[in-house]
Design a protein around this ligand. Structure first.
Ligand SMILES: Cc1ncc(COP(=O)(O)O)c(C=O)c1O
Length: 285
């Protein structure tokens, strides 16, 4: 078989009953054997190489066979349809409640959470909740909701740029410098104002793995509240660190132990040890 993906007409197999050429990017006019369809897609995927040797994608590429079996058990379930699959929904609920507990939610029963397709979607939901909370408070006070902004390090992962773009929120980046290699709450008063929907703290900066000191950011916001009355919430983007810090740095206070931390997101498919795509978000209440 020769297989040149860029051909408008891609040569395929010559087994009996099969067309020998198959148009690419056009809906097939004739049926084809399942083995042939499999082989075509399988061969094309081979060009991506071996996922376990790819250290760049930052997701789990190995699970033990029991976890593999559980994934296979769930292939045919439309998990999003929670009325039809209430036990699967209950298992999902169990998982985020375990995370609420791991991250020291004051009351697991009072927390809220969900699975997502990855940290990106979890961050979208976290950001959206911050925006809604701010909008409700502003409307209740009879003030404008036209110019929301979100404050975060210039080293945030691109999903935060997307969040600001999708939901019309001004992104305010605190630059990473030699003096402040991670966002630590310095000069925060220059960035936040009455239109700030929240501050993002990253537990595990994508490029370095560094933890932003959530407690210092929280203290800086406490000081701002004292002088301005602004009560600004923190979302912790714990894409990698929220699955690591509880085990390796249990004494580090970065989670719901800090009252200002309203929500935490993580990627199950990073250090949660599973294949893509699974993320999680938990809200304090
Ligand atoms: C800090 C941080 N936030 C968000 C994401 C997005 O995660 P995902 O790929 O699970 O959507 C990443 C991924 O590298 C990340 O490192």
């Amino acid at each position: 078989m020769t297989h040149r993906p860029d051909d408008a007409l891609t040569p395929v197999f010559d087994r009996a009953g099969e067309a020998t050429r198959r148009p690419r990017d056009r809906f097939p006019r004739t049926p084809e054997l399942p083995e042939t369809a499999y082989q075509i897609v399988h061969d094309e995927m081979m060009l991506d190489g071996n996922a376990r040797m790819n250290l760049a994608t930052f997701v789990g590429t190995w699970m033990d066979e029991h976890a593999d079996r559980l994934y296979a058990d769930a292939y045919d379930k439309n998990m999003i349809d929670k009325d039809e699959y209430p036990r699967t929904a209950e298992i999902e609920r169990t998982c985020w409640r375990m995370l609420a507990d791991l991250w020291h939610a004051p009351s697991v029963d009072g927390a809220a959470g969900t699975s997502t397709i990855g940290s990106s979607e979890a961050c979208m939901l976290g950001g959206l909740a911050l925006k809604r909370r701010w909008q409700h408070a502003r409307r209740a006070a009879g003030t404008s909701t036209e110019k929301p902004n979100l404050v975060m390090s210039s080293a945030v992962q691109v999903c935060w740029e997307k969040f600001c773009n999708y939901w019309d929120v001004e992104a305010r980046y605190v630059p990473v410098t030699d003096e402040h290699p991670v966002f630590d709450g310095h000069d925060l008063a220059d960035y936040v104002d009455e239109n700030t929907i929240g501050v993002v703290a990253i537990l595990g900066v994508t490029y370095t793995g560094a933890y932003e000191p959530v407690a210092s950011i929280s203290r800086a916001l406490d000081a701002i509240e004292q002088t301005t009355g602004l009560d600004i919430a923190i979302h912790v983007d714990g894409a990698s660190g929220a699955m690591v810090a509880p085990f390796l740095r249990p004494e580090l206070e970065w989670d719901f132990r800090l009252e200002r931390v309203h929500s935490i997101s993580t990627s199950g498919h990073k250090y949660g040890g599973v294949y893509p795509g699974v993320g999680w978000i938990v809200w304090r209440e």
